[in-house]
Design a protein around this ligand. Structure first.
Ligand code: ADP
Ligand code: ADP
Ligand code: MG
Length: 461
């Protein structure tokens, strides 16, 4: 293995996660941080810490020159980008390579190809993977767009080719809607992503979001089965699980094989996720995009397969072949992850940064809490509100729900609002218990079931 030291170009819980993996491999760690993050847990854990600038992400975590300068100054062999920030930025991956260092992720060409959601659809089609019915390429004019929309039928989605993180997506129910949204979507995408390119997809109604974890070493690729991530708010995942119990065995097999075919099509290197929508009524699945990085919800896959995905991606970047063969990757039991955010579910999920005055972390078999928190830590207001992820594993889903409820009750975070009450309501909900949900389930549920359960608990209080 050629990697003896690595720099973590990220923050929060994922920085902690990467340091743990590096330590397990005997690798020295260097943590960059903004001025607002001097006290973060990853800074305390790393062998070395480097201040790369002001709180604003644009001036620190997103500043390629500063991150590269820190990597060179600290003499590391490699850079791990985590998720978000520069993780899917091909220019950053290239800059890391140009500095003579190893980027822990795919080659820059693969990032730019798959990071463009329109190009990724073309790759999927080449690999024989079914895509959501929609435009063949970018749609530059409203005239062309009208023809496409008429052919596929309403409702449709207008998506930014460079979008991500649930942003850059609009729904049009009618042609009037469409004509209003289309020019706005392009201007907005240009401002947000520096690329105004749009494409169109048919809306798959009552779909489930199912995604496949892949690992590649540039020569070979394997899958580590699927995750179910249908519980979403504003198109961002809230609760994820593995495996997806709604998938019939033959569909699961085809789905996972299609993700491997796609990875092989580009000679994929590292950990990646191929995302799909699954239409339960027809039994069809449709490719939506590839995330060329470690994902937030990777722990549920680790819990059911026993594979340490972050260690695996570091080893691959270090020049090793895949340590696992497809036939050896098996699913055992069930795992669920709850994203614990510094947001108040009783106040429209308003972010509430603050100081953690008390922290009690549940433990016991099958319970894992990936977090950036410690008692006395002040969560800064400048970044994503994810505080940690509670991940629970058990022999089957019912046992997992039961264990999760206990773990959520045992998780105490005082001093700032969190989404724990939301997860407690979800874990006790009959539709969730019977896996009876889809990507548009959570938002109306928040307005009805959840709102009334909040009202009841306030009355009691
Ligand atoms: P995952 O796909 O791993 O479930 P998310 O979609 O929640 O994760 O994204 C992970 C993190 O990356 C979040 O902090 C999200 O805001 C951020 N993110 C993802 N894609 C983009 C993007 N294109 N631009 C800005 N932030 C992004
Ligand atoms: P992002 O890059 O922001 O993660 P995705 O293309 O992965 O965007 O879509 C995010 C979410 O939006 C999906 O998980 C799903 O809930 C919804 N979505 C995306 N495309 C469609 C579609 N064609 N039909 C229905 N829902 C969709
Ligand atoms: Mg996505």
């Amino acid at each position: 293995m050629t990697i003896r030291s690595l720099l973590i170009a990220n923050r929060g819980e994922i920085a902690v996660r990467i340091i743990r993996a590096a330590q397990a491999l005997g690798i020295r760690t260097v943590q960059v941080h903004s001025m607002a993050d001097a006290d973060m847990l990853a800074v305390k854990m790393a062998d070395e810490a480097i201040d790369i600038g002001p709180p604003s992400a644009a001036k620190s975590y997103l500043n390629i020159e500063k991150v590269i300068a820190a990597a060179k100054a600290s003499g590391v062999d490699a850079v791990h980008p985590g998720y978000g920030f520069l993780s899917e930025n091909a220019a950053f991956a290239q800059a890391v390579e140009d500095a003579g260092l190893i980027f822990i992720g795919p080659k820059p060409e693969a990032i730019s190809l798959l990071g463009d959601k329109v190009e990724a659809r073309k790759v999927a089609k080449r690999a024989g993977v079914p895509t959501v019915p929609g435009s063949d390429g970018r749609v530059d004019s409203i005239e062309l767009a009208r023809d496409i929309v008429e052919a596929i039928g309403f409702p449709v989605m207008i998506k930014a080719a460079a979008g991500g993180g649930g942003r850059g997506i609009r729904i049009a129910e009618t042609m009037a809607d469409f004509e209003r949204h289309f020019p706005q979507a392009s201007a907005e995408a240009l401002a947000a992503f520096g690329d105004g390119g749009l494409y169109i997809e048919k809306v798959i109604t009552r779909a489930r979001h199912v995604e496949v974890q892949v690992l590649g070493d540039g020569e070979d690729a394997v899958h580590c089965f699927e995750r179910e991530c249908s519980l979403q708010r504003r198109r961002q995942k809230v609760w994820e699980e593995a495996p997806s119990l709604r998938l019939p065995a033959d569909v699961r097999e085809k789905l996972c094989a299609s993700a491997v075919a796609l990875a092989r099509e580009v000679g994929y290197r590292g950990a990646g996720t191929v995302e799909y929508l699954y239409d339960e009524t027809s039994g069809e699945f449709y490719f939506i995009e590839v995330n060329t990085r470690i994902q937030v919800e990777h722990p549920v896959t680790e819990m059911i397969t026993g594979i340490d995905l972050v260690q695996e991606m570091i080893r691959i970047a270090g020049g090793e072949r895949l340590s696992v063969r497809q036939a050896d990757i098996r699913v055992a039991g069930h795992a669920i992850e709850c994203r614990i955010n510094a947001e108040d579910p009783a106040r429209g999920f308003m972010p509430g940064p603050g100081t953690v005055t008390r922290l009690v972390v549940p433990d016991g078999e099958g319970i894992r809490f990936d977090t950036m928190l410690y008692e006395g830590y002040t969560v800064p207001p400048f970044y994503d509100s994810l505080l940690g992820k509670l991940i629970v594993w058990a022999e089957d889903r019912d046992a997992c729900l039961k264990r999760l409820e206990g773990a959520l009750q045992g998780l105490v975070i005082e001093g700032l609002p969190t989404t724990i009450p939301l997860h407690l309501a979800l874990v006790r909900d009959p539709s969730v218990a019977s896996t009876d949900f889809h990507t548009r389930f959570l938002e109306p549920w928040l307005e009805t079931e959840f709102a009334s359960s909040l009202a009841r608990s306030q009355e009691v209080a």
